[in-house]
Write a protein that binds this ligand. Structure first.
Ligand code: RB5
Length: 149
């Protein structure tokens, strides 16, 4: 699976650690930055390119980290085709994929420690969308909003 990752300064350290974690697991990784710690950088500058790559299917899933994970999820959900959520528990990390076809996991680099983040990432990447009719119906209602301007 090809995975995209992105972070601002608030998520930079966790992204770097997760990069090594994913590499060791054999994933193909595209790093959308930041490529160095810059305390003045802005999360949209990294999360938007990652979100576009998910929407264009250049990567299958993504992981975005900012300080809290909030800004990353807010901006990513503006991009049609991206289904992002801030995840702070193991259950939601896999259920978000199974029921809601989550394709972008957002984490708070100042909130979630590496061991917990690693478990959420594993749960997210190993989960599959169920394809159940009720979930498809709900997602259709979500996607219908993407055509409203
Ligand atoms: C940056 O200081 C911080 O605001 C950002 O990383 C993120 O937490 C926003 O939601």
């Amino acid at each position: 699976m090809k995975i995209g990752i992105a972070a601002d300064h608030g998520g930079y350290d966790l992204k770097q650690t997760l990069y090594q974690f994913l590499l060791a697991k054999g994933y193909e990784i595209v790093d959308f930055g930041a490529h160095a710690l810059d305390t003045q950088d802005d999360y949209p500058d990294f999360v938007i390119p990652l979100g576009k790559a998910i929407a264009n299917q250049e990567v299958e899933r993504g992981i975005a980290v900012c300080g809290s994970g909030v800004g990353a999820s807010v901006v990513a959900n503006k991009i049609a085709g991206v289904r992002a959520a801030l995840i702070n528990d193991h259950f939601s990390a896999h259920q978000g994929v199974e029921d809601d076809d989550l394709n972008l996991l957002c984490l708070g680099g100042r909130i979630t420690g590496f061991m917990a983040a690693q478990e959420y990432v594993d749960a997210f990447l190993n989960a599959k969308f169920s394809g159940a009719e009720r979930h498809l119906r709900r997602l259709q209602k979500v996607h219908s909003l993407e055509h409203i301007v």
